[in-house]
Design a protein around this ligand. Structure first.
Ligand code: ADP
Ligand code: MG
Length: 358
């Protein structure tokens, strides 16, 4: 697969002191849906703005299709953008809003109508060409904003929290729409969000940002199953966390002595060595109970401290490994159904199912 965008050792400082983007190296593949995910202030928007050309990198290179674009103005980069605030021109009809980027790019008048029609069809808004933005709902306005980013057939589309202003139901519907557009068009989309569910369900790959650095770049399932470090493990999904010190390490597995004195076996994450402090992260749904827990690499008996009914599953808070709110998710059937607060049960998991991380 060919590379469409490369960030090479890119840095950005706004004040000449603090680097808000630190040595960013990232290759974006042609046709992929790549999401930059991270907490507020981690540098996602800054990266997108440098790629779009609205901010300049203070160090390093940004390449688009192999060509350095650091000094190329935004309108010459052939990149479409969608922001959280729809930013449609309020005094122009939908049709005029969509024609605008084409006029700026001097597309012949005879082609404009057809291109506008095609872009409206992509977001299933053909019937709204003559409306003014004020006559559209928030979701409809955002569809038009997406259509406007696609209308000039850019090489790349950047979206910065485009669904942040929409309510949950509309947001989920638009996630689906954007995925459909991506699949049908073959466009490369670089998407920014702080919402991990949105990132997990939409992306081919996710770059997890924190403090101006990519913590991990991987597919949604790899991020979830094999987090590189504790930040990623905590940020994506839910985890139990057991702090301790690495005692021994062999063949990718390590023994970790927890603060309670108990030793657990875990998959060793990046940079973990004997003697290092670590956090063992453990997904609640990978924990087994009852007969299934016996014979696991890590097997304990624990007391059920609390039990919460979720319909499709149950959540137990168990006292094990010196932790009295260790979460276990169990299916709402058979064994799970008979549990009660105060029960002492077998709890266990395989070494590979938990990760000792830095
Ligand atoms: P994110 O999109 O992940 O929330 P940003 O890229 O917006 O992060 O911000 C990264 C850091 O840069 C933050 O500390 C923010 O305050 C700072 N920052 C962003 N834009 C500017 C600006 N125009 N001038 C000065 N500082 C900025
Ligand atoms: Mg932002």
């Amino acid at each position: 697969m060919s590379t469409i965008v490369s960030f090479k050792d890119v840095q950005k400082t706004y004040d000449g002191e603090i680097l808000v983007v630190k040595n960013l190296n990232l290759d974006i593949r042609e046709g992929e849906f790549l999401t930059m995910l991270g907490p507020s202030g981690s540098g996602k928007t800054t990266c997108l703005m440098m790629l779009a050309g609205f901010e300049t990198a203070t160090h390093g290179q940004i390449l688009l299709k192999g060509r350095e674009i650091n000094r190329i103005p935004p309108e010459k980069r052939n990149i479409g953008m969608v922001f959280q605030s729809y930013a449609l021109f309020p005094h122009m009809s939908v049709r005029e809003n969509l024609a605008f980027p084409l006029k700026v790019r001097r597309v012949p008048k005879s082609d404009i109508e057809a291109r506008v029609k095609k872009a409206l069809a992509m977001v299933t808004m053909e019937k709204f060409a003559d409306r003014m933005p004020g006559q559209l709902s928030g979701g409809q306005q955002q569809r038009i904003a997406v259509a406007r980013a696609l209308v000039f057939e850019p090489a790349l589309v950047l979206m910065d929290e485009p669904l942040g202003a929409l309510d949950k139901q509309l947001r989920e519907q638009m996630q689906y729409e954007i995925k459909r557009i991506h699949a049908q068009s073959g466009l490369t989309i670089v998407y920014v969000t702080h919402d991990q569910d949105e990132a997990m369900t939409m992306s081919d790959r996710i770059a997890v940002f924190n403090n101006g650095r990519i913590q991990q770049l991987a597919s949604p399932s790899s991020l979830y199953e094999q987090p590189d470090n504790a930040f990623v493990g905590r940020f994506i999904g839910e985890s139990n966390e057991l702090p301790g010190v690495v005692q021994s390490i062999e063949g990718g597995l390590c023994g970790v002595r927890l603060e309670s004195g108990i030793t657990v076996k875990a998959a060793a994450g990046t940079g973990v060595t004997a003697g290092s402090k670590t956090s063992v992260l453990m997904r609640p749904e990978k924990v087994l109970i009852g007969g299934a827990a016996e014979g696991c690499d890590n097997a304990f008996s624990g007391r059920v401290e609390d039990l919460i009914y979720y319909g499709d599953h149950l959540r137990l808070l168990c006292r094990i490994c010196g932790n009295d709110d260790f979460i276990v998710k169990v299916p709402n059937d058979g064994e799970g159904k008979r549990l009660q607060v105060g029960d002492v049960i077998n709890v266990g998991w395989r070494a590979e199912a938990c990760h000792a991380l830095q």
